[in-house]
Each structure stands twice: as structure tokens, then as C-alpha cells.
Design a protein around this ligand. Structure first.
Ligand code: MN
Length: 320
């Protein structure tokens, strides 16, 4: 596939698509935790249908509360929880109560509306480290009934120089059982030899990589924990080097064409939809009740004074 880049109004063909290093920023989450937000960013809202990536930890939570995220609603998305270290207890308004450990996947499909909480159990391992990811649901799936599914294992595939756990979608011919609604991939990749590896990619997908532990060089760019390296479509392979044991997370998918309104914990298509979801949460409609969480639900923030606009994956607003 030939990619074009516009320079001064002229279309110039570039041989290799350019990558973009996007530093994350720290965001407080609840009272006790700070997370590193890697997506969305101002200039890069999405990677495929992935629309939100928080990395939490590695954090020493020995003798401390750890994660305390009170009940809050979601709409129009799926949440994927992936742990490197630690243990998190999920509760939701369907009555699910599920502990997740490293190597397992918690998938919550909000559809029209669900509420959940996440907490470190009273007795928890000393270290907490993982990713909280959101996948935007396409218009055809976003009004579906809410659901929650725990996957005790997901497939692992080995290739030259790497060992990958396929969290979602397909990678190296192996498909995760995690239900998704658009072509995408999420894979935890461990480098297994010092010469590194070459990742096989889909030319139609855009990708982003982050480092979970260690440090890697991806396509000549040094990448450390805390930043996201964005890679536009057009590649079929990607060279990765790093010390054996270095762990990356690779996100990818077909570029998501629907402009979205993302506000608080909601993904919608218009200001009105978001305002209605907020009102429903504040008045106890639609999202149900999470029982058992030791604390009050999160109140919604006030709506902004200006109308919310839909944005596409590049950050462009609709209507402009
Ligand atoms: Mn949530």
C-alpha cells in the first residue's frame, strides 16, 4: 500500500510511513493511585478501535489500599483489564464479582450502559502493574446489552525471538477468544533473545506499542515505559530489539472511521447522548447498581459549558 503525505498542498509519496512518539501523562485515579494515560492524546485519539489506554504501576501497594475505583458507569465501549503484577477485584451492575490475575482477561462490554468498580482485594500482592484499555464499539454494536466475561487464559504463541500472549484479536495466526467487534489486536510480547525479533503486521492496521518492562528499540526509536509509539498503516513487519525479558504491549486495528464524543466514562456520537447518559447516572437510571463495593459511587462531573463535539481519530472535530 502506498501512503501519501501532504506537504504544502502537494501529495508526496513516502517510502516508509513515519512513526510518532507520544509521551503519556500522569492522571490521578481515585484517592490512592496515579496512572499514566497514553491514549487518547490530542493529536492521536485512537489506534484502531482502541480509544483509551492507562498504565498503572508498577506500584508498591504492600500495606496500602491499592486500587480503589468506586462504582462508575460506561457506555459505548468495552473495557479490557490486563495485569502484569497484582490482583484486582471487579464488581458490576450485572452482579459479576471477579478477581483477575496476571495472564487473565476481564472484558466488560458496556453496550448501552453498565456500571462497575475495581479494587485491590484486602489481602493483595505487594506489586500492582497493568493496563486498563477501552475499545470503542462501532455504531452497529454499541446499543447491545451489557455483558461481562472473564477469560482465565488466553493463547500464547512463540516465534523467532518472541513469545506473545494474544489478549484480543489475532496475532501470528493465533486468535484470542475475547469477543471484539472490529478487526484489531492486543498482544503482550516478550522478547526472548538479544538479537530481538521482527513482528509480523497487517498492512491495513495502524499500531501502537508501549513498554511494560525493560526498554526496547522499535523501528530505530528508543521506547521506555510511559510513552506510546504510534505506527500508521502500511507496514507488514516491524523490527524490535531489547534485552531478553523486555515486555511490550502491541495495540492495533483497522483505522476507526466513526467520529466519537468521548467524555468522562462515556463514548457516544453527540452532545445530547452524553448529556442523557450523565443525567441517567446521576438519577439512578439505566446503569444499574454495583453492590458490595466499600464506598459510594462516583458522581459525574458537571457537563462543560460548551457543547461537546465529535472528534475523529486524528482529533479533528465534527462539525468543524
Ligand atoms: Mn471503568
Amino acid at each position: 500500500m502506498t501512503r501519501g503525505t501532504v506537504y504544502g498542498g502537494e501529495l508526496a509519496t513516502v517510502a516508509e510511513p513515519t512513526s510518532m512518539l507520544l509521551p503519556g501523562h500522569d492522571v490521578p485515579l481515585g484517592r490512592y493511585t496515579t496512572v499514566r494515560r497514553l491514549l487518547p492524546q490530542r493529536t492521536r485519539r485512537m489506534v484502531g478501535a482502541w480509544c483509551f489506554v492507562d498504565q498503572f504501576g508498577p506500584e508498591d501497594v504492600a500495606g496500602r489500599p491499592g486500587m480503589r475505583v468506586p462504582p462508575h458507569p460506561h457506555m459505548g465501549l468495552q473495557t479490557v483489564t490486563w495485569l502484569v503484577d497484582g490482583e484486582i477485584l471487579h464488581r458490576d451492575s450485572l452482579g459479576s464479582v471477579q478477581t483477575i490475575l496476571p495472564g487473565q482477561v476481564n472484558l466488560m462490554t458496556s453496550g448501552h450502559g453498565i456500571a462497575h468498580s475495581e479494587e485491590s482485594p484486602p489481602e493483595h500482592p505487594p506489586l500492582m502493574h497493568g493496563l486498563q484499555l477501552w475499545i470503542a464499539l462501532p455504531d452497529s454494536a454499541r446499543h447491545c446489552a451489557p455483558g461481562f466475561h472473564h477469560y482465565p487464559t488466553v493463547p500464547v504463541v512463540e516465534a523467532d525471538g518472541l513469545k506473545a500472549t494474544v489478549v484480543a484479536g489475532s496475532f501470528l495466526g493465533v486468535t484470542s477468544p475475547v469477543t471484539v467487534y472490529t478487526p484489531l489486536v492486543g498482544a503482550d510480547i516478550r522478547i526472548t533473545r538479544s538479537e530481538g525479533a521482527r513482528l509480523e503486521l497487517e498492512a491495513t492496521f495502524e499500531y501502537a506499542a508501549l513498554v511494560l518492562s525493560g526498554a526496547a528499540t522499535i523501528d530505530d526509536t528508543a521506547l521506555e515505559p510511559g510513552s506510546l509509539l504510534y505506527l500508521p498503516p502500511g507496514r507488514t513487519s516491524l523490527p524490535v530489539t531489547g534485552h531478553p525479558g523486555t515486555r511490550l504491549f502491541l495495540l492495533g486495528g483497522e483505522p476507526f472511521d466513526e467520529p466519537l464524543v468521548m467524555w468522562w466514562n462515556f463514548v457516544g456520537r453527540s452532545h445530547e447522548e452524553i448529556a442523557e447518559a450523565r443525567e441517567d447516572w446521576e438519577t439512578g437510571r439505566r446503569f444499574g447498581t454495583v453492590t458490595g463495593y466499600p464506598g459510594d459511587p462516583l458522581p459525574a462531573p458537571a457537563m462543560p459549558m460548551v457543547r461537546l463535539k465529535a472528534r475523529d481519530r486524528h482529533g479533528r472535530t465534527f462539525p468543524a
